[in-house]
Design a binder for this molecule. Structure first.
Ligand code: AMP
Length: 272
């Protein structure tokens, strides 16, 4: 596995692979890798010949009061994990100057899928994501890229960006990987205390019960309002949102445990 921090070395390697007709798969991450990230690599491997993962904690998607400084950075362990998995061909771990050589201004903004939900609470977030993903796409020049359904709204925003910019990249969704209690794996779970972890495991149960209720005919607003109360009763400190998105046929939620913000979502059960 090649590890590079250098965008010229990245480009040279990609050109070489493409010259040989190999299709490039890309998995962008912020590191602190877990089985969710590794499963995206497996999905990518089914759809490409050579795989690139980026590890870059992107400052433009954090607001000043958010956890940019404390975000877990575990590059050595990540590399060891990837070497053990043996799927990724190249890890690109750029410096900020490689991604934002002339500052972070960007003409590319997030589109309509970014409206509401996350943006109501993190208004800077999707513009920051689109900014970095556009730049990474330009540098890596992949044929396919895999994004997790864990960040479902983000996946929609990226698909929209690729269509708007007419980029020839196939965006492939990766299923949400959960622990034995259904908690969606997240780098931020590392912040949770043992007690908070217990409570965190209620989030998926509650969104699944909302999804089930709505599919059985319960009024969505009523179901979501009750669920927000259940989350608070279960020990969450604050609920940013728990909402039904009819177009996506999904329940999406964001809630706080102490200083940790968790997000999760699930599809409504298939109806016969
Ligand atoms: P992050 O490093 O958290 O920015 O995430 C990088 C990619 O991994 C994104 O496409 C996420 O949606 C995806 N991801 C994060 N957690 C999970 C998970 N539990 N299951 C599947 N994909 C995930």
């Amino acid at each position: 596995m090649i590890l590079t921090t250098n965008k010229d070395q990245l480009s040279a390697q990609i050109k070489d692979w493409k010259k040989n007709g190999q299709r490039i798969g890309f998995v962008p991450t912020m590191g602190a890798l877990h089985d969710g990230h590794l499963s995206l690599c497996e999905t990518a491997a089914k759809n490409a010949d050579k795989l690139v993962m980026s590890i870059f904690v992107n400052p433009t998607q954090f607001a000043p009061h958010e956890d940019l400084d404390s975000y877990p950075r575990t590059l050595e362990r990540d590399i060891e994990n990837l070497n053990n998995q043996g799927i990724i061909d190249l890890v690109y771990a750029p410096e900020q100057a490689d991604i934002y050589p002339d500052g972070a201004d960007s003409a590319i903004k997030a589109g309509p899928a970014a409206q509401g939900l996350e943006s109501d609470f993190r208004p800077h977030f999707f513009d920051g994501v689109v900014n970095v993903v556009y730049r990474l796409f330009t540098q890596v020049n992949p044929d396919i890229a895999v994004f997790g359904e864990k960040d479902f709204q983000q996946l929609q925003v990226i698909e929209e960006m690729v269509a708007d910019q007419a980029m020839d990249i196939n965006i492939i969704p990766g299923a949400i990987i959960r622990d034995d209690h259904g908690l969606a794996l997240s780098s931020r779970n590392a912040y949770l205390t043992a007690d908070e972890l217990e409570t965190a495991r209620m989030l998926n149960q509650i969104i699944y019960s909302v999804a089930h209720g709505i599919s059985e005919g319960v009024d969505p607003d009523e179901a979501c309002k009750n669920a927000a109360e259940m989350l608070l009763k279960a020990g969450f400190d604050k609920v940013d949102y728990i909402a039904y998105h009819p177009t996506w046929s999904r329940i999406l939620a964001a809630a706080w445990l102490g200083k940790t913000r968790l997000i999760d979502n699930c599809a409504l059960p298939e109806q016969d």
